[in-house]
Structures are given as C-alpha cells and as structure tokens.
Design a protein around this ligand. Sequence first.
Ligand code: NAI
Ligand code: MG
Length: 354
Amino acid sequence: KPSKTYDIELIPGDGIGTEVVKAVMPLVRTVADQHGFEFETTRRDWGTEYYLNHGEMMPGDGLDRLTDADSIFLGAVGHPDVPDHVTLHGLLLPIRKGFDQYVCKRPNVLFEGIESPLRGYESGDIDFVVYRENTEGEYADLGGREHRGLAHETAIQSALFTRRGTERIIRAAFEAAAERERHLTSITKSNAQAYSMVFWDDIVAEVSEEYPGVTVERLLVDAASMDLIRRPHEFDVLVASNLFGDILTDIGAQITGSMGLAPSGNIHPGDEYPSMFEPVHGSAPDIVGKGVANPLATVLSWSMLFEDLGETDAADALWDVVTDQLADDAAPRTPDLGGDANTQTVVGDLSSRL
Ligand code: NAI
Ligand code: MG
C-alpha cells in the first residue's frame, strides 16, 4: 500500500532543545518507517540566536509558514542572555495562541525502573494527566506598566476567562476522564479569586451534567500542590487554568522521576491549525553543550505527536521502547536518572530495542 507522508515543522529552539530534537530524529524515522508512513521535516532556526540577529524570535510571518503543516515539534526556548518573557512571548505563546492550541496535555507516569522521590511509590502507582488551558487565563497578554521609574510605578496584569475558552478545556478533560478512570479533579482558587475561579466552578458544574459517569473533585491549587505529593496515586485527570496547570505539571514531573521524562502536547483539536508537541523541560543552560540531556521526554512527545496524527501503532512503539529501556537495570541512563550515559548512547540503545 502507498505510504503516507506528513509534513512536520521542527523548531529545535535553544539550549538542550536543539540537542534532544536532533538526537532522536533517526529513532523516530525508523519507527515511522516500520509502521508504513514517512514524514518530511522543515527545520526552523528560530529562537534566541535568531532574536540576537534579527530582533525577534521568529519572522513576522512565522505562523503563516507553519500553518499548513500536519504537526509541529518544538525543543525548548530560553537563554540566560535574554529575559525569559521575551523568549516566551516571542515564540512559544504566539504559536499556542495563534493556532488555538487550547489543550495542553501533560501525562505524568511513574515508569517501572524509575525511583520517585516519594517514599513507597512504585511503577504504575502514579499515572495521571493534566489538561491545562493553553490560550488565555493568567497568560493572556493583558496589562501594562505606568509611571515607570517613579515611586508610584504601577503594574497591572489581568487574567482572561471566556465562557468558550473555559468550557472547551473543561469538556476536553471530561472526555479524557470518561475514557480513563472516570475521575476528574478541577483545580481552582475560588476562595480568593471570586470572579474567574467561581466562573470556572460554575462551568465545571454545567459540563459535569453531560458526564454523569465521571466523578468530580474540586481542589484549591494550594491543596492540590500538597496532595500531588501526599496522595498522587488518587489522581486520574486534572483540569486547570494556564498558570495553575503550568505549576502543577512541574510537580508532576518531579514526583515521576525527572523533568527529562515529561512530555507534552499543545493540541488544537480541530483541523484548522497544526498542533505542537514538546518536552515539558526548558533549555537547561546548566547542562547545555555537555551532551547529557535526557532525550526521553522528547521521544515520548513524539509518541504523542504520532498519536495525534492517528498513527497509534507508531505512537505505542515509541512509548513502549522507552518503557522497556527504563525497566532494564542494565540500560544506559543520563545523569538526571542517576546514570553516566550521554544523550546519543541512550537514543542508540532505544534504536537497538525496536
Ligand atoms: P529547565 O527545564 O530548563 O531546567 C530545570 C532543571 O532540570 C535543570 O537543572 C536542568 O538541567 C534539568 N533538566 C531539564 N531538562 C532536562 C533533560 N532533558 N535532561 C536532564 N536534565 C534536565 O528549566 P529552567 O532552568 O527553569 O529554565 C531554563 C530556561 O528554559 C529558561 O530560559 C526558561 O525560560 C526556559 N524554559 C523554557 C520552556 C519551554 O521552552 N517550554 C519551559 C521551561 C523553561
Ligand atoms: Mg513550566
């Protein structure tokens, strides 16, 4: 049968983003080949170096160049020489918002062979997924600074919660819960934020009527931060605003072993725009250039990309090969997982297991 070819845009970005994106390409191409499809990649050298040369993180028509792709893969952005709000607002956030990638999906799984910093937890004990709202909320570009440099200098930062935006992320999370363990935890701070978060609670109550089989738990974000440490085994699907989801997924990455293992998808569920997949971690300036970045979060993110394209077998193959490697005591590991192997060695070992 004729093989299908997908167009994938690659944005390696900065720091270890470029290292891990490059390192895993032979592996993901092999897996695609084994499952009867191909992909063509267009590499975009956007990011901090581009910014230092051109004064912007990507060209003005950057989104137009990406828009016809089947999917986008991003490494990481961020550089010690440029303020983080410049890099984030110049590349990552415009893509998430411009392509209406409103579901930020972040699975948190404790793999066999990985030791959680939480005492007594073993593989399979932690397995939840966070649905983070990804286009508005606290990361809306709404605010300003007045009276700069004066004693009464003032900053205003507003959060945006629309009915459409809130409802669709909550509905996506209910859908996911209905297919998983039917347990949804909604994260808010409705005791203190009596407008946006009570609005969020109201919409959870409305949408929950469509999903009678899903039990709903409500947690304030501070309590959730505690409970992700205290009882992570009880969570199934969490739904949270942009800021709260961002914070909770870093906790999720730590309790399941390493930032180097956490994948994510910025998903536009319709057909209008491409989705974008990326490891949760940043550019890791502390280890850049040493060749020791853990590539597994990137491999798992490619698995999510394949899943999103409907290439489920290829997605499973990538996820399973990571699972196999982690479960094998004798397999090479990068230093963040207590080993002394480099990025290349870990990818090479994965390839040999296919
Ligand atoms: P980070 O995720 O880059 O690093 C945090 C810690 O985890 C560091 O000690 C790092 O060495 C370690 N780490 C991260 N990924 C790893 C991997 N694959 N293998 C082994 N160890 C790994 O977060 P940090 O240090 O807060 O931020 C560094 C830069 O990255 C900043 O400029 C920040 O703005 C940016 N950033 C970008 C993100 C993105 O592109 N989505 C997300 C988070 C941060
Ligand atoms: Mg984060």
